[in-house]
Design a protein around this ligand. Structure first.
Ligand code: GLV
Length: 324
Protein backbone atom coordinates (compact mmCIF):
# COMPACT_ATOMS: atom_id res chain seq x y z
CA UNK A 1 0.00 0.00 0.00
CA UNK A 2 1.07 3.58 -0.51
CA UNK A 3 1.14 6.03 2.41
CA UNK A 4 1.80 9.74 1.95
CA UNK A 5 2.67 12.24 4.64
CA UNK A 6 1.61 15.85 4.05
CA UNK A 7 3.71 18.08 6.24
CA UNK A 8 1.64 21.26 5.68
CA UNK A 9 2.06 23.83 8.42
CA UNK A 10 4.01 21.54 10.65
CA UNK A 11 7.52 22.50 9.82
CA UNK A 12 7.73 24.62 12.99
CA UNK A 13 7.51 21.50 15.19
CA UNK A 14 9.99 19.71 12.99
CA UNK A 15 11.85 17.53 15.51
CA UNK A 16 8.65 16.37 17.22
CA UNK A 17 6.87 15.73 13.93
CA UNK A 18 9.89 13.90 12.49
CA UNK A 19 9.89 11.64 15.54
CA UNK A 20 6.19 10.83 14.95
CA UNK A 21 6.78 10.06 11.25
CA UNK A 22 9.90 7.99 11.96
CA UNK A 23 7.99 5.89 14.49
CA UNK A 24 5.06 5.44 12.08
CA UNK A 25 7.53 4.41 9.37
CA UNK A 26 8.77 1.54 11.52
CA UNK A 27 5.27 0.07 11.40
CA UNK A 28 5.05 0.39 7.62
CA UNK A 29 7.50 -2.30 6.69
CA UNK A 30 6.75 -3.56 3.21
CA UNK A 31 4.65 -0.51 2.38
CA UNK A 32 5.62 2.62 0.47
CA UNK A 33 5.89 5.88 2.46
CA UNK A 34 6.39 9.23 0.73
CA UNK A 35 6.87 12.43 2.74
CA UNK A 36 5.66 15.57 0.93
CA UNK A 37 6.69 19.06 2.01
CA UNK A 38 5.40 21.17 -0.87
CA UNK A 39 2.04 21.46 -2.57
CA UNK A 40 3.21 20.13 -5.92
CA UNK A 41 4.56 16.91 -4.45
CA UNK A 42 1.51 16.14 -2.32
CA UNK A 43 -0.80 16.78 -5.28
CA UNK A 44 1.27 14.38 -7.35
CA UNK A 45 1.87 11.69 -4.70
CA UNK A 46 -1.65 11.56 -3.29
CA UNK A 47 -3.06 10.52 -6.68
CA UNK A 48 -2.37 6.80 -6.15
CA UNK A 49 -2.00 6.80 -2.35
CA UNK A 50 -4.17 4.61 -0.14
CA UNK A 51 -3.56 6.52 3.08
CA UNK A 52 -2.60 10.05 4.04
CA UNK A 53 -0.94 10.99 7.31
CA UNK A 54 -1.12 14.72 7.94
CA UNK A 55 -2.56 17.70 9.75
CA UNK A 56 -4.71 19.26 7.10
CA UNK A 57 -6.25 18.52 3.71
CA UNK A 58 -7.77 21.06 1.32
CA UNK A 59 -10.32 20.62 -1.48
CA UNK A 60 -7.65 20.99 -4.17
CA UNK A 61 -5.46 18.25 -2.66
CA UNK A 62 -8.47 15.98 -2.11
CA UNK A 63 -9.46 16.43 -5.75
CA UNK A 64 -6.13 14.83 -6.80
CA UNK A 65 -6.68 11.70 -4.65
CA UNK A 66 -8.06 8.84 -6.71
CA UNK A 67 -7.93 5.91 -4.28
CA UNK A 68 -7.53 7.42 -0.83
CA UNK A 69 -9.28 5.34 1.85
CA UNK A 70 -8.05 6.71 5.15
CA UNK A 71 -6.58 9.92 6.58
CA UNK A 72 -4.86 9.81 9.95
CA UNK A 73 -4.80 13.39 11.20
CA UNK A 74 -2.15 14.54 13.64
CA UNK A 75 -4.37 16.55 15.99
CA UNK A 76 -7.13 15.75 18.42
CA UNK A 77 -9.59 18.22 16.89
CA UNK A 78 -9.93 18.25 13.11
CA UNK A 79 -12.52 21.04 12.85
CA UNK A 80 -9.98 23.17 10.94
CA UNK A 81 -9.89 20.80 7.97
CA UNK A 82 -13.48 19.67 7.53
CA UNK A 83 -15.19 20.74 4.28
CA UNK A 84 -18.20 19.43 2.31
CA UNK A 85 -16.30 17.30 -0.25
CA UNK A 86 -14.42 15.56 2.53
CA UNK A 87 -17.63 14.85 4.44
CA UNK A 88 -19.27 13.54 1.27
CA UNK A 89 -16.41 11.12 0.55
CA UNK A 90 -16.05 7.57 1.89
CA UNK A 91 -12.60 8.29 3.26
CA UNK A 92 -12.28 7.27 6.92
CA UNK A 93 -11.03 10.19 9.00
CA UNK A 94 -9.25 9.45 12.25
CA UNK A 95 -7.79 11.90 14.75
CA UNK A 96 -5.27 11.67 17.58
CA UNK A 97 -7.80 12.23 20.36
CA UNK A 98 -6.18 11.22 23.64
CA UNK A 99 -2.71 12.36 22.67
CA UNK A 100 -3.03 15.61 24.63
CA UNK A 101 -4.58 14.24 27.80
CA UNK A 102 -1.55 14.78 30.03
CA UNK A 103 -0.06 18.00 28.59
CA UNK A 104 -3.32 19.92 28.16
CA UNK A 105 -4.53 18.97 31.65
CA UNK A 106 -1.20 20.10 33.11
CA UNK A 107 -1.36 23.26 30.99
CA UNK A 108 -4.81 24.05 32.40
CA UNK A 109 -3.55 23.71 35.95
CA UNK A 110 -0.44 25.73 35.14
CA UNK A 111 -2.66 28.51 33.81
CA UNK A 112 -4.98 28.36 36.81
CA UNK A 113 -2.05 28.50 39.23
CA UNK A 114 -0.34 31.16 37.15
CA UNK A 115 -3.47 33.31 37.36
CA UNK A 116 -4.17 32.77 41.04
CA UNK A 117 -0.58 33.06 42.22
CA UNK A 118 -0.04 36.03 39.83
CA UNK A 119 2.99 34.59 38.05
CA UNK A 120 2.23 37.06 35.23
CA UNK A 121 3.14 39.94 37.55
CA UNK A 122 6.14 38.11 39.00
CA UNK A 123 7.61 37.39 35.55
CA UNK A 124 7.08 40.98 34.42
CA UNK A 125 8.68 42.39 37.57
CA UNK A 126 11.58 39.96 37.41
CA UNK A 127 12.35 41.13 33.87
CA UNK A 128 12.28 44.72 35.12
CA UNK A 129 14.48 43.85 38.16
CA UNK A 130 11.66 45.15 40.37
CA UNK A 131 10.73 43.97 43.90
CA UNK A 132 7.14 45.01 44.54
CA UNK A 133 4.84 42.92 46.70
CA UNK A 134 1.80 45.17 46.54
CA UNK A 135 -0.13 43.99 43.47
CA UNK A 136 0.76 40.33 43.93
CA UNK A 137 -0.08 40.37 47.63
CA UNK A 138 -3.39 42.16 47.01
CA UNK A 139 -4.63 40.02 44.14
CA UNK A 140 -3.30 36.49 44.79
CA UNK A 141 -6.00 33.87 45.10
CA UNK A 142 -6.48 30.13 45.77
CA UNK A 143 -7.84 27.02 44.09
CA UNK A 144 -8.58 25.25 47.41
CA UNK A 145 -12.32 24.69 48.02
CA UNK A 146 -13.27 26.58 44.86
CA UNK A 147 -15.52 25.06 42.19
CA UNK A 148 -14.12 24.21 38.79
CA UNK A 149 -16.61 23.76 35.93
CA UNK A 150 -15.17 21.58 33.19
CA UNK A 151 -17.00 21.99 29.89
CA UNK A 152 -16.34 18.64 28.27
CA UNK A 153 -15.72 15.73 30.62
CA UNK A 154 -13.84 13.75 27.99
CA UNK A 155 -10.31 12.41 28.23
CA UNK A 156 -8.70 15.80 28.92
CA UNK A 157 -11.57 16.98 31.10
CA UNK A 158 -11.28 13.96 33.37
CA UNK A 159 -7.56 14.46 33.63
CA UNK A 160 -8.14 18.07 34.69
CA UNK A 161 -10.68 16.74 37.22
CA UNK A 162 -8.11 14.37 38.72
CA UNK A 163 -5.56 17.13 39.27
CA UNK A 164 -8.14 19.68 40.43
CA UNK A 165 -9.36 17.20 43.07
CA UNK A 166 -5.82 16.89 44.38
CA UNK A 167 -5.88 20.67 44.90
CA UNK A 168 -9.00 20.34 47.05
CA UNK A 169 -11.41 21.73 44.48
CA UNK A 170 -15.08 20.87 43.98
CA UNK A 171 -15.34 19.49 40.45
CA UNK A 172 -18.40 19.79 38.22
CA UNK A 173 -18.79 19.65 34.47
CA UNK A 174 -20.77 18.81 31.38
CA UNK A 175 -21.00 15.74 29.19
CA UNK A 176 -23.15 14.76 26.20
CA UNK A 177 -24.77 12.00 28.24
CA UNK A 178 -24.98 11.37 31.98
CA UNK A 179 -25.85 8.24 33.89
CA UNK A 180 -22.46 6.93 34.87
CA UNK A 181 -20.41 8.31 37.72
CA UNK A 182 -17.03 9.69 36.78
CA UNK A 183 -13.90 9.62 38.94
CA UNK A 184 -13.11 12.92 40.69
CA UNK A 185 -16.31 14.62 39.47
CA UNK A 186 -18.80 15.76 42.12
CA UNK A 187 -21.66 16.65 39.77
CA UNK A 188 -22.20 15.89 36.08
CA UNK A 189 -24.55 17.97 33.95
CA UNK A 190 -25.78 17.49 30.42
CA UNK A 191 -24.33 19.79 27.77
CA UNK A 192 -27.61 21.69 27.58
CA UNK A 193 -27.44 22.37 31.33
CA UNK A 194 -24.48 24.69 30.84
CA UNK A 195 -26.19 27.50 32.77
CA UNK A 196 -26.22 25.40 35.95
CA UNK A 197 -22.49 24.88 35.64
CA UNK A 198 -21.80 28.54 34.86
CA UNK A 199 -23.64 29.71 37.97
CA UNK A 200 -21.39 27.63 40.23
CA UNK A 201 -18.00 27.84 38.54
CA UNK A 202 -15.24 29.94 40.05
CA UNK A 203 -13.06 28.50 37.28
CA UNK A 204 -14.61 27.68 33.94
CA UNK A 205 -12.49 25.44 31.72
CA UNK A 206 -13.34 24.83 28.05
CA UNK A 207 -11.99 21.48 26.84
CA UNK A 208 -14.75 20.44 24.46
CA UNK A 209 -14.50 19.81 20.69
CA UNK A 210 -15.65 22.59 18.35
CA UNK A 211 -19.03 21.64 16.86
CA UNK A 212 -22.17 23.51 15.80
CA UNK A 213 -23.35 23.19 19.42
CA UNK A 214 -20.19 24.54 21.05
CA UNK A 215 -19.47 27.36 18.57
CA UNK A 216 -19.96 30.74 20.30
CA UNK A 217 -21.18 28.95 23.43
CA UNK A 218 -19.72 31.55 25.84
CA UNK A 219 -20.84 35.15 25.35
CA UNK A 220 -21.95 38.03 27.55
CA UNK A 221 -25.03 36.22 28.85
CA UNK A 222 -22.98 33.23 29.93
CA UNK A 223 -20.17 35.28 31.52
CA UNK A 224 -22.74 37.34 33.45
CA UNK A 225 -24.07 34.14 35.00
CA UNK A 226 -20.73 33.23 36.55
CA UNK A 227 -19.87 34.13 40.16
CA UNK A 228 -18.16 37.51 40.55
CA UNK A 229 -14.38 37.25 40.43
CA UNK A 230 -14.38 33.99 38.46
CA UNK A 231 -11.70 32.88 36.01
CA UNK A 232 -12.03 31.52 32.49
CA UNK A 233 -9.57 29.14 30.81
CA UNK A 234 -9.92 28.23 27.13
CA UNK A 235 -7.72 25.44 25.77
CA UNK A 236 -10.32 24.16 23.27
CA UNK A 237 -11.01 26.45 20.29
CA UNK A 238 -11.21 30.23 20.02
CA UNK A 239 -14.53 30.15 18.16
CA UNK A 240 -16.33 29.04 21.32
CA UNK A 241 -15.76 32.34 23.06
CA UNK A 242 -16.88 35.91 22.36
CA UNK A 243 -13.63 37.79 22.98
CA UNK A 244 -15.36 41.18 23.16
CA UNK A 245 -17.64 39.93 25.91
CA UNK A 246 -14.56 38.51 27.64
CA UNK A 247 -12.79 41.88 27.41
CA UNK A 248 -15.80 43.60 29.00
CA UNK A 249 -16.05 41.04 31.77
CA UNK A 250 -12.36 41.44 32.58
CA UNK A 251 -12.50 45.24 32.44
CA UNK A 252 -15.52 45.41 34.75
CA UNK A 253 -13.96 43.00 37.24
CA UNK A 254 -16.77 40.47 36.71
CA UNK A 255 -13.99 38.06 35.80
CA UNK A 256 -10.78 38.25 37.82
CA UNK A 257 -8.66 36.66 35.12
CA UNK A 258 -8.50 34.59 31.98
CA UNK A 259 -6.08 32.29 30.24
CA UNK A 260 -6.28 31.58 26.53
CA UNK A 261 -4.36 29.06 24.45
CA UNK A 262 -6.63 29.12 21.39
CA UNK A 263 -7.97 31.91 19.19
CA UNK A 264 -10.31 32.49 16.29
CA UNK A 265 -7.37 33.61 14.20
CA UNK A 266 -4.00 31.95 14.84
CA UNK A 267 -1.42 33.44 15.00
CA UNK A 268 -3.07 36.45 16.67
CA UNK A 269 -1.96 39.54 14.71
CA UNK A 270 0.54 41.61 16.70
CA UNK A 271 -1.88 44.58 16.82
CA UNK A 272 -4.72 42.45 18.23
CA UNK A 273 -6.41 43.84 21.39
CA UNK A 274 -6.36 40.29 22.74
CA UNK A 275 -2.72 40.84 23.74
CA UNK A 276 -3.87 43.70 25.97
CA UNK A 277 -6.65 41.93 27.84
CA UNK A 278 -6.21 42.70 31.55
CA UNK A 279 -5.19 39.87 33.91
CA UNK A 280 -4.90 37.45 31.04
CA UNK A 281 -2.26 34.85 30.30
CA UNK A 282 -1.86 34.00 26.63
CA UNK A 283 -0.07 30.91 25.32
CA UNK A 284 0.33 30.34 21.56
CA UNK A 285 -1.67 27.10 21.20
CA UNK A 286 0.98 25.11 23.04
CA UNK A 287 -1.36 23.37 25.48
CA UNK A 288 -0.69 20.02 23.84
CA UNK A 289 3.04 20.49 23.30
CA UNK A 290 5.08 17.61 24.67
CA UNK A 291 8.18 15.61 23.76
CA UNK A 292 5.98 12.49 23.97
CA UNK A 293 3.86 13.44 20.93
CA UNK A 294 5.59 10.94 18.61
CA UNK A 295 5.39 8.07 21.05
CA UNK A 296 1.69 8.59 21.76
CA UNK A 297 0.68 9.53 18.24
CA UNK A 298 2.38 6.53 16.66
CA UNK A 299 0.73 4.20 19.20
CA UNK A 300 -2.67 5.42 17.96
CA UNK A 301 -1.50 5.19 14.35
CA UNK A 302 -0.25 1.61 14.89
CA UNK A 303 -3.54 0.54 16.39
CA UNK A 304 -5.45 2.04 13.47
CA UNK A 305 -3.01 0.63 10.92
CA UNK A 306 -3.51 -2.90 12.25
CA UNK A 307 -7.28 -2.43 12.13
CA UNK A 308 -7.16 -0.88 8.66
CA UNK A 309 -5.04 -3.71 7.23
CA UNK A 310 -7.09 -6.47 8.87
CA UNK A 311 -10.53 -4.93 8.38
CA UNK A 312 -10.90 -4.45 12.15
CA UNK A 313 -12.43 -1.57 14.06
CA UNK A 314 -10.45 1.66 14.00
CA UNK A 315 -10.33 4.07 16.94
CA UNK A 316 -10.74 7.87 17.00
CA UNK A 317 -12.92 7.81 13.91
CA UNK A 318 -14.42 11.24 13.15
CA UNK A 319 -18.19 10.95 13.48
CA UNK A 320 -19.74 13.03 10.71
CA UNK A 321 -23.07 13.29 12.55
CA UNK A 322 -21.62 14.29 15.90
CA UNK A 323 -19.08 16.63 14.33
CA UNK A 324 -15.94 15.42 16.14
C1 GLV B 1 -4.94 20.76 19.17
O1 GLV B 1 -5.55 21.76 19.35
C2 GLV B 1 -5.53 19.53 18.72
O2 GLV B 1 -6.74 19.50 18.46
O3 GLV B 1 -4.81 18.54 18.62
Amino acid sequence: MKFVVWMANHLENRAIVDDYIARNKEYLNGHELVVCEDLESIKREIADADVMIGWKITPNILACAKKLKWIQFGSAGIDHTIFPELLASDIVLTNLSGIHTAPVAEHVLALMLGLTRRLDIAIRQQKEHTWDRSEMARTSDELFEKTIGIIGLGKIGLSVARIAKAFGMRVIGTKLSVGETLPNVDAIYLSDELDKVLMQSNFLVLVVPLTIETKAMIGKRELDMMPNGAYLINVARGAMLDHEALAEALASGKLKGAALDVFLQEPIPSDSPIYDLPNTIITPHTGGSTPRYGERGSAIFKRNLDAFLSGGEMINVYDKGRGY
